[in-house]
Design a protein around this ligand. Sequence first.
Ligand code: NAD
Length: 288
Amino acid sequence: MISDNSDIQKKIIDGRLIAKNIESSISEKVIKLKKNGIVPSIAVILVGDNPASEVYVRNKDIAAKRCGILSKKDIYPASLTEKELLNKIDELNNDPLIHGILVQLPLPPHIDEKKIMEAINPSKDVDGFHPLNVGKIFTENAAFYPCTPYGILKMLDFYDISVKGKNCVVIGQSNIVGKPLSIMLMNRHATVSSLNIFTKDVKSIASKADVLISATGKAHLIDEEYIKDGAVVIDVGISNINGKLCGDVNFEKVVNKVSKITPVPGGVGPLTVAVLMENTVKSASMKS
Ligand code: NAD
């Protein structure tokens, strides 16, 4: 039996609401910075014409404007060389009016993403992907934490969900989501299992999770058999099926078993963008 609509509503982790709260506190900080003559600004670089990346860049631009942050979009054709991109980053690194630099991934195959991430000045690395900031996740003193994992922690905080001593299962081991998130959960004293495509019996490990986070990009991979009764489920995945966005989790099948769950869309996505804005304002504040 499916729970009635009000029961479902109570279980939903409302990413849009949390993002709105974060954005309103950012907007206040932006007003103060502007009074001191500092206009927080972010440069977003997009290379090529990946339609999903274009949407992400547009969303970031709109969010920046909502918060009063100056957003500079640099859009280049896929033919841009690695050297040319490195030169652009160098210019932005040396521009005192730019506080955050984001290079939208993925990049065309002829450009080495690692080299590009390393070229961004760590003090302007608002995406949190520079190896220095990544390494400092271990010691919990990164200038900036990667936006999606940090956004997920903010979601847990918003609903007072402690992970201390809990069994947290993270499915997916990407550098931008799964790996940093696993460390950040460990920093909060969670017992973390980090799973990948080669993990044997993902279902049985997942079904023991108090907090299950899925970041695979495999639409509807997770059904009720992956879920422990009362689990908190965070769905990072974004897939497009026949023009409709959906996550890794089959929401209808699991909703009766969970205590809390993120929808797709309207879950993790808005938090990723809000944290990017927060990081940009933090960077601008450090210059004040
Ligand atoms: P990725 O595509 O780089 O890697 C996927 C990971 O999932 C790999 O570690 C792989 O081994 C693992 N995996 C794939 N299938 C699996 C399976 N069946 N069982 C266990 N593990 C499996 O990952 P990514 O860049 O982190 O992206 C993952 C998803 O999250 C994508 O859908 C992406 O669009 C989405 N995403 C969303 C946001 C957001 O803000 N909502 C941010 C980043 C990524």
